[in-house]
Design a protein around this ligand. Structure first.
Ligand SMILES: [Zn+2]
Length: 320
C-alpha cells in the first residue's frame, strides 16, 4: 500500500457574479503531492500550477494565504491536463490518499466533474485525514490544528515556506510519516470522502474504530424515509452485533443531530448519534456513529432528552 499525500490550493470568486460560482465554488490552481511507500519513505513528488479558466482575479483570502499572483498561474496547465498528469503520476498500484483536513478530495472531484473527467470513483473514497490523526495522536480527537502548528509541535525543521501545494503536501507527509512510525495503529482511523454519496445499500459504509462505529447511509428522498430504514434507525452493539432495545428513542434538539440511547446486557450503554446531511440533488443521507458510554454519560443524555422535550413543548411542536 502506497500513500499519496495530496494538497491543493484553490481560488474562489471575488465578485460572486460568475455563472460557475454554483458548480465550481473553488477553482483548483495548484496541485502538490508526495508519494510514500508502505514504510512512509518519500519515493516521489508532484507539483503543478493550474491555469485558471473561471476566476481570473485572485480572491483576497487566496492571495493572503498563498502569496501568488494570478499572472504566475498563466504559465500553469489547464486543469483537466494537470489532473490527468497527476493521476498518471499516482500510478496503477493500490494507494491511499492522505490530506491535511477533509476538503481536498471533495474539491478535486468537484473540479474533475466540472471538466467532465472520468470520476475517481462512484462511491465514497476511503482516505486518511492527517489533521484528524494528529488530533487523535496528541490532542483530544476533536480539535484541529493548522499544519504549521503541528510541524512546530513536533519540532520539525521548517526548511521550505508554507501555503503552497507542494510544500504543504511535503510537511503533511513528514508529519504523517513521523506519527505512523511512532504509532502505527493510527492507520486504523480512516475517513471517507462523501463527494459521491452511497447510491445503493451495497455502497453504504460501515466501519468500526477502537471506541466507536460509523455508518454512512445511501441517499433517501427525505429524513422520514431515512429513519424508516432499519439500518439507519437500529442501534446495534458494535462489539457483539446484537440489535439493542432503545432506552431512549431517536430525538433531536435542532433537527440536524439526533441521539438515542440503548443498552447491551453484555457491554452496557450505547449512544447513537445521527447527522443528517443534504446532497446537492436535494436528497438526504445520514452519518451515524454508535459508541459505548458510561453510566454518567448515559444520564447526561437522558437530561439532554428532557431539555429537548421542554424546548419542543415551549415551541408547541412536541413529536416523537
Ligand atoms: Zn454488546
Amino acid at each position: 500500500m502506497k500513500y499519496i499525500v495530496l494538497d491543493l490550493e484553490w481560488n474562489q470568486s471575488s465578485t460572486g457574479t460568475e455563472a460557475e460560482a454554483e458548480t465550481l465554488p473553488f477553482e483548483i490552481i495548484e496541485i502538490g503531492a508526495i508519494k510514500l511507500n508502505d514504510e512512509c519513505v518519500m519515493i516521489g513528488e508532484f507539483s503543478q500550477l493550474v491555469k485558471p479558466a473561471v476566476y481570473h482575479e485572485m480572491h483576497h483570502f487566496t492571495s493572503k494565504l498563498i502569496h501568488m499572483q494570478i499572472q504566475e498561474l498563466e504559465r500553469g496547465m489547464p486543469f483537466a491536463e494537470a489532473a490527468g498528469k497527476f493521476l498518471d503520476w499516482c500510478g496503477t498500484e493500490e494507494y491511499l490518499f492522505c490530506t491535511w483536513g477533509s476538503a481536498d478530495l471533495t474539491e478535486l472531484q468537484r473540479n474533475m466533474k466540472f471538466y467532465d473527467m472520468t470520476p475517481l470513483s462512484d462511491k465514497p473514497i476511503r482516505y486518511l485525514d492527517v489533521q484528524k490523526l494528529f488530533s487523535i495522536a496528541y490532542e483530544d480527537r476533536k480539535s484541529r490544528r493548522a499544519l504549521e502548528s503541528a510541524v512546530d509541535f513536533l519540532q520539525m525543521e521548517k526548511d521550505i515556506p508554507f501555503h503552497r501545494a507542494f510544500s504543504d503536501a511535503y510537511y503533511t507527509a513528514r508529519v504523517f510519516a513521523h506519527m505512523v512510525q511512532e504509532m502505527p495503529e493510527l492507520l486504523h482511523n480512516e475517513s471517507y470522502d462523501v463527494f459521491n454519496v452511497p447510491k445503493c445499500r451495497a455502497d453504504e459504509v460501515k466501519v468500526q474504530f477502537d471506541t466507536y462505529a460509523k455508518f454512512i447511509s445511501r441517499v433517501f428522498a427525505d429524513k422520514t424515509a431515512a429513519f424508516a430504514d432499519r439500518e439507519v434507525s437500529s442501534s446495534k452493539c458494535y462489539l457483539c452485533h446484537r440489535n439493542l432495545r432503545k432506552k431512549i428513542k431517536w430525538f433531536t434538539a435542532n433537527g440536524r443531530h439526533y441521539y438515542c440511547l440503548a443498552y447491551c446486557e453484555k457491554h452496557g450503554y450505547l449512544k447513537g448519534k445521527i447527522r443528517i446531511r443534504k446532497t446537492d440533488e436535494g436528497g438526504v443521507y445520514v452519518v451515524k456513529t454508535t459508541k459505548l458510554i458510561s453510566q454518567e454519560a448515559a444520564d447526561e443524555l437522558k437530561n439532554r432528552r428532557l431539555r429537548a422535550k421542554e424546548r419542543h413543548i415551549k415551541h408547541g411542536q412536541e413529536s416523537d
